[in-house]
Write a protein that binds this ligand. Structure first.
Ligand SMILES: Nc1ncnc2c1ncn2[C@@H]1O[C@H](COP(=O)(O)OP(=O)(O)O)[C@@H](O)[C@H]1O
Ligand SMILES: [Mg+2]
Length: 212
């Protein structure tokens, strides 16, 4: 199966969710590949180097790949390939989405993040990607519960679907990334629980799409 993380903006949380999902699915026994398509940043690849240095389990394969086509070819050897997209995904976004059972559009509560992602969602739908396969993932969340309700309202009115679980923006997650860990491997068990809940919801959405 393939899941894509897509955005036109950098820094919305694609690689963070890719790492979280990669670790949690590998822990659940899936053979997982994170395909790092962000050639300029190579965030996932650099993280993998740190993870190996710390000898952390589970081991997650990360490959830096230049094209979506290559990533799709590599995906065949895995139970799950997570396509960690570049900033300015552009036309490759459609290619990624068409190859995927599930498309995740990360965003924060900020309209500056949300609006471009809403445009991406509509572009993907216009290109024939089934709306049911597209989910917003609120992954760098800061602000009040009321702000969160506002965002969910906004998405609902735009006829778009968001995952229920979200990831708060927390220093401990940044700290975890620095030592090759992911959002569910921080030093705070309740943060890890929240992150695992997001990973579980994504896994459930994937399995749901697999059935169809
Ligand atoms: N929930 C979070 N809490 C803390 N830091 C986060 C969180 N999500 C993302 N970040 C940090 O924000 C920056 C951008 O996130 P990243 O996942 O790399 O975005 P993208 O892949 O979309 O460019 C990184 O430094 C990352 O560690
Ligand atoms: Mg990234």
């Amino acid at each position: 199966m393939i899941v894509s993380l897509i955005s036109q903006k950098g820094g919305v949380g694609k690689s963070t969710i890719a790492r979280l999902l990669g670790v949690e699915m590998a822990r659940a026994g899936w053979r997982v590949l994170i395909a790092d398509l962000d050639a300029n940043q190579g965030t996932a690849t650099a993280w993998k180097v740190r993870r190996d240095r710390e000898e952390l389990e589970p081991d997650v394969d990360v490959m830096k790949l230049r094209s979506v086509e290559r990533a799709v070819k590599e995906a065949a050897r895995y139970d799950l390939a997570i396509l960690d997209g570049p900033a300015h995904a552009g036309r490759s976004a459609v290619t990624m989405a068409r190859a995927s059972e599930l498309v995740l559009l990360p965003a924060s509560y900020s309209l500056d993040d949300l609006e471009p992602q809403v445009r991406v969602a509509y572009e993907l739908e216009a290109a024939g990607v089934a709306p049911a396969r597209i989910r917003f993932a609120l992954g760098r969340v800061r602000g009040s519960a009321a702000a969160g309700r506002g965002v969910r309202d906004y998405l609902r009115r735009a006829a778009l679907t968001a995952l229920d679980a979200e990831l708060r923006e927390l220093q401990t997650i940044q700290d975890a990334h620095m030592i090759g860990r992911c959002a569910s491997e921080t030093s705070h068990p309740h943060v890890n629980d929240e992150a695992q809940e997001l990973a579980r919801e994504i896994a459930a959405a994937l399995l749901e799409e697999q059935k169809d």
